[in-house]
Write a protein that binds this ligand. Structure first.
Ligand code: ASP
Length: 330
């Protein structure tokens, strides 16, 4: 029996054509499918195009829209392929991993570095691999399929702007590679049983504070006014500077005293934060309850905080944040 798959086309380079203003999404889902005739042999595909954007413009409302399309069509299809721009695909994949949990059916994101009509494009391979992976009976959950790798939605990061191997699986193996149109599994995992769980809200008032040497602590005046959640992208193992008479620690204490939530992470791409290692990190504990993202990707930390803060605050938010979803934290 052929698998029935819903293609959710959202734009990106894969659907882009050269215009007088530069590359912009213009290719329809059916035109894309016409470029990969082998897909029709493996599965029956129907298409929707909820929006057609460069993924620079894709954020929380779009993530919620994609999740709601999957929810409304869940019973009618065996899997979902989301075509998407590469720039923010890792954020969308992480967000979908929180919005669609315990899914025994696959939700596969893909895109490309070059337009489907350009010579030497990676679009055909990625599209074909995404559908063939989605149609495989071992597939489930939210995954990115790109350049032959199958990466967990919670572990992906765009690490290259030009090369075909644009995505890396950070501090976790790719769960499979595609070989001749079939997944060769490295990590088997266990297919969820029971019903999928869909979530319908995100708190967009999350800010990422990327530390640079010498940053001034009065940024906290803005953060206290405008955000519910803060991800501090600190240096190395993690910490805050104690210049300006400890103004950063005072700012963070003020932020937390307002009932807001702060998460510490690191700018280092690998191996995560370790807040208790240095005095400049351990002192964060004196500011109030600070969550530590550890080995999470920034994309997962940000979107998980948006998901958590739509559901809970304070201690409950902390507990939810630390509860692993698809190997996002361990
Ligand atoms: N700017 C494009 C986008 O993210 C890049 C791509 O798709 O590769 O929509």
């Amino acid at each position: 029996m052929k698998k029935k798959i819903l293609m959710i086309a959202t734009g990106g380079t894969i659907a882009s054509k050269e215009t007088s203003e530069g590359l912009a999404p213009a290719i329809s889902p059916n035109e894309l499918l016409a470029c990969v005739p082998e897909v029709a042999e493996a599965c029956d595909v129907e298409t929707v195009r909820p929006f057609n954007l460069d993924s620079t413009n894709v954020y929380a409302p779009h993530w919620l829209e994609i999740a709601s399309i999957v929810e409304r069509n869940y019973a009618a299809y065996d899997g979902f392929v989301v075509t998407h721009g590469t720039d923010t695909m890792a954020y969308t994949a992480a967000a979908l991993s929180y919005l669609i949990q315990n899914s025994a059916k696959p939700v596969v994101l893909t895109g490309s570095q070059r337009s489907v009509y350009s010579r030497d494009t990676d679009a055909r391979r990625n599209l074909s691999d995404a559908f063939l992976y989605c149609a495989d009976s071992s597939a489930y959950g939210v995954r990115i399929v790109f350049d032959g790798s199958v990466i967990l939605g919670t572990r992906a990061k765009k690490t290259r702007t030009r090369s075909f191997n644009a995505f890396s699986s950070i501090d976790f193996p790719a769960v499979a590679v595609m070989r001749d149109g079939r997944p060769l599994r490295y990590v088997s995992g266990s297919r969820p049983s029971g019903e999928p769980k869909f979530w319908h809200k995100l708190d967009r008032n999350v800010f990422v504070l990327k530390m640079i040497p010498g940053l001034r602590a009065d940024i906290f005046d803005y953060l206290c006014r405008s955000c519910d959640g803060l991800v501090i992208e600190s240096f190395g193992a993690g910490g805050l500077p104690d210049y300006e008479d400890g103004a950063f620690f005072k700012g963070l204490a003020r932020f937390l005293a307002l009932g807001k939530t702060a998460v510490l992470t690191t700018q280092a791409e690998h191996e995560g934060s370790s807040m208790d290692k240095y005095a400049v990190g351990r002192r964060l504990r004196s500011c109030g309850r600070v969550i530590e993202a550890g080995c999470m990707t920034l994309e997962a930390a940000v979107t998980k905080l948006m998901w958590v803060l739509a559901l809970a605050r304070g201690e409950e938010a902390e507990k939810l944040f630390y509860t692993p979803v698809e190997y996002d934290i361990f």
